[in-house]
Design a protein around this ligand. Structure first.
Ligand SMILES: C[S@@+](CC[C@H](N)C(=O)[O-])C[C@H]1O[C@@H](n2cnc3c(N)ncnc32)[C@H](O)[C@@H]1O
Length: 260
């Protein structure tokens, strides 16, 4: 943890509340059903076994990192298992992704940052009727994510290779209106706000956006502040690891910091 993250985490622990401090019936129900008392689901055992297999993989790939926004990226040979452990969320948050889609039932999900397909797998398994498009800048990772999602038996999905700047618009046009988006790549302030605004332009009021690593850097924290202050955002939930925003106009404008 760097200094920015450590200070932010201290503030988070100080301010975070549970579902009993939430007066929004919509959010209270979501917190109960997805965060604190989710239903026991056999699919999670399948997903956790699938995840373990991926993290044990010694398969090598050439990683092209576009995270810093470069069109060409940095090349390095990496192992699928080690890379997966490095870029994916802990079990608790992977389960949260599953329960969020199980409870919210979005007709479609757009993910920016597939990596090896793990978060895509947990999200799409939460609601089998959803259509998923996930974007990934590293071509070899695209093939690996594809293979992992196929192994999971997921049907309506597509993994697209290329810089988000080149693939996002087409994906948005296909999904319009987007109902759920997970921004989990290219963690820079301007880029994150830009991707959020693009998603917003192709969404209905049902849209739910998850923004990963909102305390990763000062820039990401600024991006999160800008996103939650957007006039179309009604409620925001900060669980430190990521932030979630809801657009539904029936909701009162409120920001919540939720202990999880
Ligand atoms: C944190 S990882 C995603 C992890 C994944 N969502 C999961 O939890 O299983 C971010 C991914 O985004 C990709 N990425 C970063 N910036 C990108 C960009 N500008 N265009 C396309 N892909 C990008 C990286 O190659 C990396 O695999």
């Amino acid at each position: 943890m760097n200094t920015h993250q450590a200070i932010a985490y201290g503030k988070y622990l100080w301010h975070a509340k549970n579902e009993h401090s939430v007066h929004s019936p919509f959010l209270y129900k979501l917190l109960e059903e997805a965060f604190y008392h989710p239903a026991v689901c056999d699919d999670l055992k399948t997903l956790d076994n699938w995840y373990s297999t991926i993290t044990c993989s010694k398969e090598k790939f050439e990683h092209i990192d576009l995270g810093a926004g470069s069109k060409f990226g940095e090349h390095r040979t990496k192992q699928v298992g080690t890379y997966t452990k490095h870029v994916t969320k802990s079990r608790k948050y992977r389960h949260l992704l599953f329960h969020l889609t199980r409870v919210l039932q979005p007709a479609n999900i757009l993910e920016l940052g597939a990596a090896t397909g793990v978060s895509a797998g947990y999200m799409v398994k939460g609601y089998s009727k959803t259509k998923l498009i996930t974007l990934e800048g590293c071509p070899q990772l695209t093939a690996i994510a594809n293979k992992h999602l196929r192994l999971l038996g997921v049907e309506d999905y597509s993994v697209r290779a290329g810089h988000f700047e080149d693939t996002l618009l087409q994906a948005l046009k296909e999904l319009d209106p987007v109902e759920m988006a997970y921004i989990d790549g290219h963690h820079e302030e301007e880029a994150t706000i830009h991707y959020f605004n693009q998603v917003l332009a192709h969404s209905s009021d049902k849209l739910v956006v998850l923004v990963d690593d909102i305390y990763w850097s000062e820039g990401m924290t600024n991006a999160w502040k800008t996103i939650k202050a957007h006039p179309r955002v009604r409620q925001s939930v900060d669980v430190f690891q990521f932030g979630i925003v809801f657009l539904c106009p029936d909701l009162a404008k409120q920001d919540f910091i939720i202990r999880y």
